[in-house]
Design a protein around this ligand. Structure first.
Ligand code: MN
Length: 327
């Protein structure tokens, strides 16, 4: 079994179930109930699920949207700190098996930058996970520049996890099935990533690192068209130093979370590069056994499999010796 690091592996704290419940509309009640118990476990249940598929280390993140839907900014900041301290305690019990992505109150990007720094420097976390827009503010907003600047300085990746848009637009009317993980999350998250690119965030912060789940939220499939249309649309005020594909190849990493399928895996590797794709499960919302069996049999050469399963994540987050490839 190829040693693995997994990066979209969720937990929840009981005090955060109210925030989590706001996404219940996207998840069947049965799955929600089952997921709750798995999300709160940091012991045998989670570790055995990891062991069965060779996950040496899981970088844990709060099941979204967390405090990003909190209306009071001071409450959001305080509760984000609390849940990061809670996660740090869980990591400290099994530092060999767990890492963490900080949870941030993006409502106050400058304070969120400070909290990211605290989580990385003092609590030993690997970066942050952000669950889409916050009160209608997307991460390309100028107010978020301090957060990108700090993340780039720290070398800490930001994992952009799907969330709902601020309003339900007309194209989803009478189609509740398309609202959520089936489709609207993909559109929302891919658009959010493109906003970062076209707003010039990666020109201003060339060292910023963005992680996208779900095999890149369809973007690896679109590089040529993005570049081709950009040449025509890129007039007037909108100027980028490079075509969109350059940022997708330079500033973006993708995970296999929730996509156990060979054609999109090959597309992501061929489009972005073999050092840009990283194994993940999306525990407990996806089945670890399915993800593990799939990646072991996927059409990759030996080097690619080792890079995707382990080494790319280790290199991105400086987890090299902590997880080891021994045995
Ligand atoms: Mn997820």
């Amino acid at each position: 079994m190829t040693p693995k690091i997994a990066l979209e592996e969720h937990f929840i704290h009981p005090d955060f179930l109210d925030y989590f419940a706001t996404t219940a509309v996207n998840i069947s009640p049965a799955l929600f109930g089952k997921a709750r118990e798995a999300l709160m476990d940091f012991g045998a249940r989670r570790l055995e699920a990891m062991d069965r598929i060779g996950v040496r280390k899981a970088v844990l993140s709060l099941a979204g949207p967390g405090v990003q839907v909190e209306r009071r900014v001071d409450t959001a900041l305080r509760r984000a700190r609390e849940v990061n301290d809670f996660l740090a305690e869980q990591i400290a019990r099994r530092p060999d098996r767990y890492g963490g992505f900080a949870h941030l109150a993006v409502q106050d990007p400058r304070a969120a930058a400070d909290e990211l720094e605290r989580c990385v420097r003092e609590l030993g976390m690997q970066g942050a996970m952000i669950n889409g827009q916050t009160g209608g503010m997307y991460l390309d907003d100028d107010r978020c520049s301090p957060l990108w600047e700090r993340a780039a300085d720290l070398g800490a990746p930001i994992y952009l996890h799907p969330g709902n848009p601020p309003e339900r637009v007309a194209m989803y009317h009478d189609h509740p099935e398309l609202w959520g993980p089936l489709w609207s999350w993909t559109v929302e998250t891919a658009t959010h990533a493109l906003r970062l690119i076209t707003a010039g965030v990666f020109d201003r912060f060339p060292g910023a690192k963005l992680i996208l789940g779900h095999m890149g939220e369809t973007l690896p499939f679109l590089l040529w068209r993005l570049d081709s249309r950009w040449e025509i649309c890129n007039r007037g005020e909108m100027r980028l130093a490079s075509p969109p594909s350059a940022y997708l190849r330079r500033n973006v990493w993708v995970t296999t979370s929730g996509v156990c399928d060979n054609p999109p895996l090959r597309c992501a590797i061929d489009a972005l590069g073999r050092d840009r794709v990283m194994f993940s499960v999306d525990y407990p919302f996806e089945r670890p056994e399915e993800a593990g069996a799939w990646i072991e049999a996927a059409p990759l050469d030996g080097d690619e499999r080792r890079l995707v399963c382990h080494d790319n994540a280790a290199a991105l987050m400086g987890l090299g010796d902590a997880t080891g490839a021994q045995g």
